[in-house]
Design a protein around this ligand. Structure first.
Ligand SMILES: NC(=O)c1ccc[n+]([C@@H]2O[C@H](COP(=O)([O-])OP(=O)(O)OC[C@H]3O[C@@H](n4cnc5c(N)ncnc54)[C@H](OP(=O)(O)O)[C@@H]3O)[C@@H](O)[C@H]2O)c1
Ligand SMILES: C[C@@H]1O[C@H](OP(=O)(O)OP(=O)(O)OC[C@H]2O[C@@H](n3cnc4c(=O)[nH]c(N)nc43)[C@H](O)[C@@H]2O)[C@@H](O)[C@H](O)[C@@H]1O
Length: 309
């Protein structure tokens, strides 16, 4: 047994994939929901850490959503993610927790940064306006972990920067979802209702890097057992991306819908590309294993089970 792990966000997509992974059995896992432990309440977080004394914290909680959710709620995305990040990192450090993995996001990178995005590019330029609040919160929490490491060499506080994610236990509600769960939902409805056309936001030439959440869970749990070997911040990506149009085309094949795509140019498109560099990840010796076709098939099966239950 590796010890006691406090997993924030344990009921979310990343958290559930971490808990379902084989390596989770190496830990005694505490995964309080927001109803049990509201991470925006500094006193409650401090008391929970003092009472449970975890050996490791994995911070996978957050106010998370796709481009439309971020555009609609900049205050919540900035304020809640800042409060959660500050509270869990400071309570862990002040509570004597020596090991912490902080999950950030490639949304932290400057809008115009040259792809592939390298970790040292963070804060080198203006952020993507559609998710600036969320990005500022993620940058703050990453820097807080780095500053703690400078003051306290015993604190193994490391940040993983995942690319976009999809998979089992994702959010499929179109008001909040990211691209791939939205595509699955739209194409499924089109197939079930005999729709001849499906609308793509923008012209579909934007590019994204979507990793299967089960693979990210593998990276996080391997990192949890190898924290000293990690740099302060490390992208977790695939090393390749696809256009939005390609994602719709592959998903249509997986779901079995034949029809035409239209493009709504009035819809937000966000960054033109968000491909992260994987030099540090390769140096650490990890890569994702799940192909897009396989990941989409597993996610669609999960979507069917969830919508039929
Ligand atoms: N999804 C992506 O594409 C993506 C990409 C890169 C990085 N990430 C990062 O990965 C992490 C997890 O993302 P996800 O996709 O798993 O998100 P998610 O499915 O929306 O889950 C969010 C989790 O955060 C918890 N949470 C929210 N507010 C809370 C609060 N006030 N107190 C305690 N817990 C709270 C939720 O708990 P309840 O359900 O109990 O409220 C839920 O378990 C986040 O840090 C996110 O920034 C995600
Ligand atoms: C990782 C996440 O990245 C997020 O940015 P971001 O990739 O643009 O967020 P997504 O919502 O995944 O959008 C990705 C791309 O897919 C296009 N797209 C096409 N059709 C659709 C659709 O039906 N629904 C959605 N949602 N997109 C669609 C959208 O215009 C954008 O260019 C950040 O806002 C979050 O904070 C988070 O960090």
């Amino acid at each position: 047994m590796q010890g006691k792990l406090l997993l924030t966000g344990g009921s979310g997509m990343v958290g559930r994939n971490i808990r379902a992974h084989d390596r989770a059995a190496n830990w005694e896992i505490l995964a309080p929901s927001s109803r049990t432990l509201d991470l925006t309440d500094a006193g409650a977080v401090r008391d929970y850490i003092a009472e449970t004394k975890p050996d490791l914290v994995i911070h996978a909680a957050g106010r998370v959503g796709g481009i439309q959710a971020n555009m609609a709620n900049p205050v919540s995305f900035l304020e809640e993610n800042t409060a959660m990040g500050r509270n869990i990192v400071m309570a862990a450090w002040r509570g004597g927790v020596r090991r912490l993995i902080n999950l950030a996001s490639t949304c932290m990178y400057p809008r115009e940064a040259q792809n592939p995005l390298r970790e040292e590019m963070i804060l080198s330029g203006p952020l993507e306006p559609t998710n600036e609040g969320y990005a500022l919160a993620k940058i703050m929490t990453m820097r807080l972990c780095e500053y703690i490491r400078r003051e306290d060499p015993l604190a193994q506080y490391k940040t993983l920067i995942p690319c976009n994610l999809y998979g089992l236990h994702d959010t499929f509600d179109p008001k909040a979802s990211h691209l791939l769960p939205a595509v699955i939902h739209k194409l499924h409805v089109a197939r079930e209702t005999g729709q001849a056309e499906v609308e793509i936001w923008g012209d579909g030439t934007a590019r994204r890097e979507f990793m299967f959440a089960g693979d990210l869970a593998d990276a996080v749990l391997r990192a949890a057992e190898d924290l000293e070997a990690l740099p302060d911040a490390m992208n977790v990506g695939l090393g390749h991306d696809h256009s939005i149009n390609d994602y719709y085309r592959v998903a249509a094949e997986v779901i079995g819908w034949q029809g035409r795509f239209t493009h709504d140019l009035s819809k937000p498109v966000g960054m033109k590309q968000k491909l992260c560099a994987t030099d540090r990840q390769e140096a650490w010796g990890w890569q994702a294993q799940t192909s897009l076709e396989e990941g989409l098939a597993q996610t669609y099966q999960h979507y069917l089970e969830r919508t039929s239950s």
